[in-house]
Design a protein around this ligand. Structure first.
Ligand code: UGA
Length: 453
């Protein structure tokens, strides 16, 4: 099928590239010229494992192209995905201005029978609103033109760092629309994914077997939009819940890792997203939980669970600062090493990263902060300039009075702790992700402080 994807952020780029891999002709559109030039050269502007290979392969097969020209993309495509950002406004509301601009542009060039798919995470009811903006744009630009088009909500569930695999091996596909024609076209587009019939490199493991079909939920636009918000909010709730349990564990002398294991074996609870730590961040959970809270407030509701989920998460970051103060008392003038800047491993994304709030707070208290991340090499704008970015782990811990693990990159678990001990000024480790081998560190003479244990 002929597809265009407007917006080449995480979601748009991964979606476009994967749709080309399963045999479609895909045009990815972005207004940022530099980004399109990078992509045209076969390079990937974001750090996402294996994405660049798929970009290169599909450009050379002639199935994937990149442009700044939205009119050309809309005219040539049967299905047009909107995948632009919906960042949070200061009041928590989702900013829909990018979606609105794109819908107006689509209206200028759309023809009969085309399908517009909303992949951006948009507030409940936005599907109908997008449809209205497109219709108004058609009327304003071509008053005599009669165009039948459909709008579909097709939320994504990709995780940064494993976005490519999440696209090829989804746990479910959600299609929200009132149009039978649009639903049928979406089912045709996703057939290779639903039936798992696409080719997958032999050297890469398949997370689900070829014989397994991917479940599809067909519903109305509004319910599809709600599925996205409810899913992210539930996952954030699970994390805030286990973080609250971790805080109680610390008081009563229980180990949250054992507690999570014992809970997770119950199928009704499940083992995933029960890792206690310094809280959730990234570009999705903070934005989506706030947006759902805002939507509820528009209907006169006070969403008590969602508000608590947000508050527990804010406090969880501050708890690390408190732990540092408990250990070294006067923070001013002390050297603090922080390992990990990205909001989670396998991504270079630092949006709403807990590490950043923790470093900013400690820096305000007068600490000298040194940090290192395997992928993030530039200081994020949100991080105070006073923080020194180091070249490796050992350079970071040199002369440190305390070491904080902020992001659980796998390579940090393999540090040579004998060397770390020699380099540090005093031997205190706060393991913000419960990554390290506690007994090993204790046997080497470190004071180990985890989360909830
Ligand atoms: C999240 C969802 O997992 C995806 O399904 C969704 O598509 C995506 O948002 C989105 O809306 O675009 P992502 O933000 O990439 O994906 O990251 P997650 O892996 O979900 O992690 C989110 C945060 O929770 C991270 O800060 C992570 O460190 C934290 N986390 C996760 C924990 O603290 N404990 C856990 O057990 C799991």
């Amino acid at each position: 099928m002929k597809v265009s994807v407007i917006g080449t952020g995480y979601v748009g780029l991964v979606t476009g590239v994967c749709l080309s891999e399963i045999g479609n002709e895909v045009i990815c559109v972005d207004k940022v010229k530099e980004k399109i030039n990078i992509l045209k050269d076969g390079n990937c502007p974001i750090y996402e494992p294996s994405l660049e290979n798929f970009i290169k392969n599909n450009i050379s097969r002639g199935r994937l192209s990149f442009t700044n020209n939205i009119s050309e993309a809309v005219k040539k495509s049967d299905i047009i995905f909107i995948s632009v950002g919906t960042p949070s406004l200061p009041n928590g509301q989702a900013d829909l201005s990018f979606v609105e601009q794109v819908a107006m542009e689509i209206g200028k060039f759309i023809d009969d029978g085309k399908i517009v798919v909303n992949k951006s995470t948009v507030p409940i009811g936005s599907g109908d609103w997008v449809s209205m903006i497109i219709s108004e744009s058609i009327d304003n630009n071509n008053p005599k033109k009669k165009v039948n088009f459909d709008v579909v909500s097709n939320p994504e569930f990709l995780r940064e760092g494993s976005a490519v695999e999440d696209t090829f091996f989804p746990e479910r596909i959600i299609i929200g629309s009132s149009s039978k024609n649009a639903i049928d076209k979406m089912l045709e587009l996703y057939k290779p994914l639903i039936e798992q019939s696409f080719n997958w490199p032999d050297d890469k493991a398949r997370p689900i077997s070829k014989s397994q079909k991917v479940p599809v939920v067909i519903t109305d636009l509004t319910s599809a939009e709600m599925i996205k918000y409810a899913s992210n909010s539930f996952l954030a709730t699970k994390i805030s819940f286990i973080n609250e349990i971790a805080n109680i564990c610390e008081k009563v002398g229980a180990d949250v890792k054992a507690v999570a294991k014992g809970m997770g074996l119950d199928k009704r609870i499940g083992p995933l997203f029960l890792n206690a730590g310094i809280g959730w961040g990234g570009s999705c959970f903070p934005k989506d939980v706030s947006a759902l809270t805002y939507i509820a407030s528009e209907y006169g509701m006070t969403p008590q669970i969602l508000n608590a989920v947000i508050n527990v998460n804010k406090e969880q970051r501050l708890k690390i600062v408190k732990k540092v103060q408990d250990e070294i008392k006067i923070v001013k003038g002390k050297t603090i090493a922080v390992l990990g800047i990205s909001f989670k491993p396998n991504t270079d994304d630092t949006r709403e990263a807990p590490s950043v709030s923790i470093m900013n707070s400690l820096s305000k208290l007068g600490a000298k902060i040194k940090t290192y991340d395997p992928i993030v090499k530039e200081r994020p704008d949100s991080l105070t300039e006073k923080v020194k970015i180091c070249r490796d782990e050992y350079d970071t811990v040199k002369d440190a009075d305390i070491l904080i693990l902020a992001t659980e990159w796998g390579k940090f678990a393999e540090l040579d702790f004998n060397r770390v001990k020699q380099l540090m000024n005093s031997h205190i480790i706060i393991d913000g992700r419960n990554l390290f081998d506690r007994d090993h560190l204790k046997s080497l003479g470190f004071r180990y402080i985890g989360i909830g244990r």
